[in-house]
Design a protein. Sequence first.
Length: 301
Amino acid sequence: MNHIVIFGECMIELVTQSAHQLAKSFAGDTFNTAVYLKRCAPGLQVHYLTAIGSDAQSDELYHLMQQEKLGVDMVHRSANRHLGLYMVHTDNTGERSFTYWRSESAATQTLYSVDGELPDTDLFYLSGISVAILDDTQRHMLVDKLTALRQRGCKIVFDLNYRPALWKSPDHARQWADRFYAMADIALSGVDDHAQLYAHQSVSEIVTHLSRFSIEEQIIKNGASEVVVNTQSDSWSVPVEPVETVIDTTAAGDAFNAGYLAARGKGADPVSAAKYAAKVAAFVIGYPGAITPPEKALPRL
């Protein structure tokens, strides 16, 4: 797994510093994963598939992608749409709340900018948010393009990452989530997301649901309790790294996913990859914001 494409949206992130001050950066679930994946495993080729604007803010993001050494050959530029934006408020326990302005962003039209089939890659990563921001026409287009990629040997990774506000209804979200679970070779699922979308109350209920699909690796993140790793032949429970002080949990799941894929891409087995991913997530929640400062080195792989 040397060549990886990550699909989704990066937005302007505004973080409350005080009653009268905001700090600006760029983030988004799949973008966070792309950045951390490249930082964890610099030898991997990580390309980001998205659409951004042609304005100054989009230029800043484009240059940031280059600074993070992400492939930008699949970044499409829109002449009449811009970046989405969200504001974060983090409480004194590290938990966060969000306000979004993204419905008219360039990224919501990404698939209309992709001509023909997607280029061959070893692994294609997307999340429930990647799917949710698209209209149904583009969702069908994405299914067709991923089907073609799979037929050429590409592995598909799907992170449920359910956000109710992005969907017309839970039923609509479940329909599409199951469609992409059915295509996934690796599923990165969260207990909280499954509780919201499917009303699953335990890891065993999630395992039962995922057993409907031919998923080679099921990675079920259960908050601060454990990570359950299921393959088609075995199952393990991996403890979560203890964290003394939680500063900001914004990108914990995104960082975990990056650590897992980095380790698997370098040849680690699923359990070793989950242990490393837990270390990456524990490191990231010790810093404010979605992306840690580049000078702060992530745990060694």
